[in-house]
Design a protein around this ligand. Structure first.
Ligand code: GDD
Ligand code: MG
Length: 361
């Protein structure tokens, strides 16, 4: 147990990331890179910025990836502990499995959310309203893939419906944004050691039983990184400064692009802002990187190649004259000379694209 003054959080990081395949075949979703930093590093930095210094990661699928990417997170200024489910226990069971390590009112976060929300303001609302569970709410154009949340004028929750299928159940476009403040004693309501859903079981039962639960609706940047297009769009948002994150890319900012250094940039290579060039990356003669390019650590861009709006993971080799546009390229991919990789294409780590090939989404 932590002392009463230590602020705590549990991050749900055990999903399979099915919709983000093939990227998540090689790396767990919570640690896919965003501007060359693991997604969870942004959450940990946000938590830290709001005084949370003790974080428990509820893991199951690919926990080794998460450990490899984050370690004990000392460099991020938080204490990080891992609780691993032998069988996936779902979003409810995952939090329950971590509940012995937490007390007070704790933040619970879905591990695939990128946001700059003012969590201090969320805590203030939780405390002043007498709320025992507070849910961060967001309006979205199409709520079907989310948890729909109904609240009264004071913000008190009236109903929670996870991914309704019938049209008549779509009564609001206000959704659960995947960050909660929960009074720890309530977690005892979740059964131990079996699969359960926080969205389908825990929240509806709290509301049904008349326990005060409130929604919090800030103006904030928010995105679920669950699909390849959302994953790429989130990075363009970060590059264009649409989110006020407490974490910047590695290296120094030059003319609107971040360059980590340690690589070789040929004198005629162009880096068009906003872009990010990872540590040890090499840019060949007359190549053009950007706008909106993210070059992973140790990647090599051949002479005359062009990489625009594209996300490259680590150690990608791009051949001479190849053109990459608005695509996502996993680690260790080799793209042959003069190949073209177009919008919406997602290349699995280790893939090889032959010379002169054209791949369209
Ligand atoms: N530990 C653990 N164990 N974590 C899990 C498990 C599990 O068995 N299953 C899923 N998770 C984690 C995922 O890794 C993710 O971080 C989080 O729980 C939510 O799972 P998703 O699979 O991403 O759910 P979703 O995106 O369909 O819906 C959720 O997020 C929406 C907002 O983006 C729900 O919370 C919705 O209500 C919400 O609107
Ligand atoms: Mg999700």
């Amino acid at each position: 147990m932590a002392s009463a003054r230590t602020l705590q959080a549990v991050i749900l990081a055990g999903g399979q990331g099915t919709r983000l395949r093939p990227l998540t075949l090689e790396r767990a979703k919570p640690v896919v890179p965003l501007l060359n930093r693991p997604l969870l590093a942004y959450q940990l930095a946000l938590l830290r910025a709001h005084g949370v210094s003790d974080v428990v990661l509820a893991c199951s699928y690919r926990v080794d990836d998460v450990r490899a990417a984050l370690g004990d997170a000392e460099h991020l200024g938080v204490r990080l502990r891992y609780v691993v489910e032998l069988e996936p226990l779902g979003t409810g069971g995952g939090v329950r499995n971590a509940s012995d390590l937490v007390s007070g009112s704790l933040f619970v976060l879905n591990g695939d959310i990128l946001t700059d929300a003012d969590l201090t303001a969320m805590r203030r609302l939780h405390e002043t309203s007498g709320s025992r569970t507070t849910i961060f709410l967001q309006p979205v154009p199409d709520p079907r893939q989310y948890g729909l949340v109904e609240a009264d004028e004071s913000g008190r929750l009236l109903g929670f419906r996870e991914k309704p299928t019938l049209d008549e159940e779509i009564t609001t476009n206000t959704i659960n944004a995947g960050i909660y403040l929960i009074d720890a004693p309530l977690l005892a309501r979740i059964p131990r050691g079996r699969e359960s859903s926080i969205e389908r079981e825990f929240f509806p039962a709290l509301i049904e039983d008349g326990i005060p639960c409130y929604g919090w609706s800030p103006t904030a940047y928010w995105r679920d990184i669950g699909t390849p297009s959302a994953y790429r769009a989130a990075q363009l948002d970060l590059l264009h400064g649409r989110a006020g994150m407490p974490l910047t890319p590695a290296g120094e900012c030059r003319d609107g692009s971040w360059i980590a250094g340690g690589g070789a940039v040929a004198p005629e290579a162009q880096i068009v802002a906003p872009s990010v060039v990872g540590a040890g990356a090499a840019l060949g003669r007359r190549c053009r990187v950007g706008p909106g390019a993210v070059i992973g650590d140790g990647s090599r861009i051949g002479p005359d190649a062009c990489v625009e709006g594209a996300i490259l993971w680590e150690r990608v080799e791009v051949g001479a004259g190849a053109v990459l546009q608005d695509c996502i390229v996993g680690a260790n991919v080799r793209i042959g000379a003069y190949a073209r990789v177009g919008p919406e294409v997602v290349l699995e780590s280790g893939a090889v694209v032959p010379e002169h090939a054209t791949l369209a989404g």
